[in-house]
Design a protein around this ligand. Structure first.
Ligand code: COI
Length: 353
């Protein structure tokens, strides 16, 4: 399929590289492709970024039939722009589409479209330390219809924008509240999909945690509220003695690409990594025995986010003396080192745009 291109006549000024924050600025162009039952995915186009008129009746507004992805483009020291494992995002996008009854998208074509969009907005890829171009592909149901069924029409859209750190803490440890009441997902639900609805479900607990002075919540399983699932918008790892533990992908946990990359890096370095069930009680007991060496979250937006404090059951524990753990730092240095092409990429994770 030919991608039609309409360039903006009003390019926007670019924000300062040191005041980007996360998710506030958007590049000049966006990619859009439509789906209908008779035509399949069609009319791929890159057009100026801007409002899209929709009827208030379109299904995504009412029933949340929507999935998304998050990945980044990095500017290397030589000025080249690269992506990190983008094919994994496209694969997961389709897994999410499948779960939400959204027609699948040709992954190779989506990647080609993404690269074309980034090349058009290449000047939007920032070069400041720790900055990148965040890429948000998403799909929405666009039938103007109020009955509950899968939509017959969709739009696949990719927007991008320059970002800095996701958390104001950057690589400094975050304080985490273990959520005792609300749950993010249950097995059989949407938890392992990157469905917009999962993020809507997380807001109430997230706000309550914030009010108590915590950055994020740690989610426990939806049935027994006993086993660790994820933390905020990230997967979670604990270093207990000489074992690195992360909850196994049980169906309600998002299969993070940063999670997968950390596991692969850690195993490559010879660490023992266990993907298994881990209860919050075990985490606290390990801490009591002096075995809990550190904990951290992993995600595209946040990269590696060390956990400095956990609060559960009226009990607060401080990890790694509230400082960045050794392994968190090593993973951060190596992951970002590979992403910004500062160090060799033994797994061929990095892709030129
Ligand atoms: C990401 O890490 O890219 C995510 O998609 C999380 C997000 C909701 C900011």
């Amino acid at each position: 399929m030919e991608i039609r291109v309409e360039l903006t006549k009003n390019p926007k000024p670019k924000p300062d590289s040191d005041s980007l924050g996360f998710g506030r600025y958007f590049s000049d162009h966006m990619f859009i492709m439509d789906y209908s039952v008779d035509k399949g995915w069609h009319d791929p186009r890159i057009v100026p970024y801007g409002p899209i008129p929709y009827e208030p009746s379109i299904m995504v507004f009412h029933y949340g039939q929507s999935v998304f992805e998050g990945l980044k483009a990095y500017r290397t020291d030589s000025g080249q722009v690269v992506l990190f494992r983008p094919e994994e995002n496209m694969k997961r996008l389709n897994a999410s589409c499948d779960r939400l009854c959204i027609p699948l998208i040709d992954e190779e074509f989506a990647l080609e479209a993404l690269k074309k969009l980034i090349n058009i907005d290449i000047d939007w890829v920032p070069s400041g330390k720790g900055t990148s171009l965040y890429i948000r592909p998403f799909v929405i149901a666009t039938d103007p219809f109020l009955g509950v069924r899968p939509s017959y029409t969709y739009q696949f859209i990719i927007i991008t924008g320059p970002v800095g750190a996701y958390y104001k803490e950057g690589l400094n440890p975050v304080r985490i509240y273990v959520e005792p009441n609300y749950v993010r997902a249950v097995i059989g639900g949407l938890g392992e999909s990157k469905a917009s609805a999962n993020y809507a479900a997380s807001l109430k607990a997230q706000e309550a945690a914030k009010e108590k002075g915590y950055t994020q919540v740690l989610w426990l399983d939806g049935i027994e509220k006993k086993y660790v699932e994820e933390v905020g918008t990230m997967n979670v790892f604990f270093v207990i003695g000489d074992e690195v533990v992360t909850p196994a992908l049980n169906g309600s946990i998002l299969p993070g690409i940063t999670r997968k990359s950390c596991i692969e890096l850690l195993r490559h370095w010879g660490f023992k990594v266990s993907e298994r069930k881990i209860s919050i009680e075990e985490v606290y007991q390990a801490n009591e025995k002096g075995l809990l060496r550190e904990a951290f979250g992993t995600g595209t937006a946040a990269v590696i986010s060390p956990i400095g404090e956990l609060y559960w059951n009226d009990e607060k524990i401080v990890l790694s003396g509230g400082r960045i753990g050794e392994l968190s730092q090593k993973l951060y240095d190596n992951l970002t080192g590979i992403q910004y092409a500062k160090i060799p990429d033994p797994f061929n994770w990095v892709v030129k745009v």
